[in-house]
Design a protein around this ligand. Structure first.
Ligand SMILES: Cc1ncc(COP(=O)(O)O)c(C=O)c1O
Length: 376
């Protein structure tokens, strides 16, 4: 069959070796018995949920976690057999399916669990449960110790319930000031202290906490953004205990090249006017691909050199000011390395005043993901 994606050269190249290396480095940094939960929600942070899960599990992650029931379904449909945790609240009706597919659910309130308890007769397998404590994130989870006690009691009373984990999520772990994280950690310890029996997995740390606070690793860490080789913040970047390897490159080719005279305008709104006779190249990538309009002065790499985008970024294309005449088909790297130069996800994020997380999940479905396994 014809490869329908082969005609447009724009693609996201994902190096699964980088994912594996990040897991391997993390494994040697953590205690031997600490489990790694690879966070693959939002289509593996835009990198591809199935391929990333496979790579992470192969490299030694024990479990994967997602945000929504359909992400968990996708993983089971594609043959992922590991434990899967849905980290956010799910509708009550999902519990039966979750039990039958061995998907672990997050319990964020006694009321939710009490509703699920009415349905357990239909379960073919026990429901695996992680209880979420809200220690200051203020998003979802149990905030009172008596509610936690009643949740645990209900889990113990119902045979079809199986307590697998208790967890929390830090709100400020990527910041230099450790105060808030310490307070949240102390509160979490108080909650853990009231459990008569410790579940298999107590977990709290996201990437930032994993990398900055090894003493908060408990039984498992939930490693998200740094699995993909990206530091959660500049502060964490400056403190990394091991190097991260970024997995994502965005590549394309020049689709059109022209020389135009001084004083001609480029693209919508005529916001750029050539300062002299200039070579202008066109790249088939635009904001419908995730190259946001705010990136209008961002550089790309062509021939190993940094070349600026000029004029407004269009939906499907953008223009660059070339240093000299170049050919149609010349490779362009928008994120990644060419020669000695590199453009990172972090560079894009800084330019449009956002976080790298938002950049990677904004690369749209139209951009085909191509998987490679680079050499060691
Ligand atoms: C509950 C929970 N745990 C872990 C993570 C992973 O965080 P990070 O990508 O910063 O490692 C997230 C992501 O937002 C999350 O919501």
């Amino acid at each position: 069959m014809v490869n329908r994606y082969g005609y447009r050269p724009t693609k996201a190249v994902i190096d699964t070796r980088a994912i594996q290396k990040n897991i391997q480095s993390l494994k040697s940094y953590l205690h031997k018995e600490t489990a790694i939960i690879a966070v693959v929600k939002a289509d593996g942070y835009g990198h591809g949920i199935v391929e990333i899960s496979q790579a992470a599990l192969q490299a030694g992650a024990e479990m994967v976690s997602v945000a929504t029931p359909d992400e968990a379904f996708t993983l089971r449909e594609h043959g992922i057999k590991s434990d899967i945790l849905v980290m956010a609240p799910s509708p009550v009706v999902f519990a039966e399916v979750a039990a039958n597919l061995a998907i672990s659910v997050t319990v964020t309130s006694l009321d939710w669990l009490a509703e699920v308890a009415k349905l357990v007769d239909k379960f073919k397998h026990p429901l695996k449960i992680h209880v979420k404590i809200d220690c200051g994130m203020g998003r979802v989870g149990i905030r009172g110790k008596s509610e936690l006690q009643r949740v645990i009691q209900l889990i113990e009373e119902v045979d079809a319930f199986q307590l697998e984990g208790v967890f929390t999520h830090f709100s400020c772990a990527d910041e230099e000031n450790a105060q808030v994280t310490k307070e949240q950690q102390n509160l979490f310890m108080e909650f853990i202290g009231i459990l008569s029996e410790k579940p298999k997995f107590v977990h709290a740390a996201n990437s930032a906490a994993t990398l900055l606070y090894p003493s908060y690793q408990f039984d498992a860490v939930r490693f998200g953004i740094s699995l993909y080789g990206i530091a959660p913040s500049y502060y964490v970047q400056s403190q990394l205990p091991f190097p991260l390897q970024s997995a994502l490159s965005i590549e394309s080719e020049l689709s059109f090249v022209k020389k135009i005279e001084k004083g001609q305008s480029i693209s919508y709104g005529a916001t750029y006017t050539t300062e002299k006779d200039e070579w202008i190249g066109t790249i088939p990538i635009g904001y419908a691909d995730g190259l946001k309009r705010g990136l209008r002065s961002q550089e790309v790499l062509i021939g190993g050199e940094r070349v600026p985008i000029v004029g407004t970024i269009c939906m499907d294309q953008c223009m660059v000011k070339l240093p000299r005449e170049m050919s149609v088909g010349e490779p362009v790297t928008l994120i990644g390395k060419q020669g000695k130069e590199e453009i990172t996800v972090e560079e894009w994020a800084e330019r449009i005043d956002t976080i790298p997380y938002e950049i990677v999940v904004s690369i749209t479905k139209r951009v085909p993901r191509v998987y490679i396994e680079s050499d060691e």
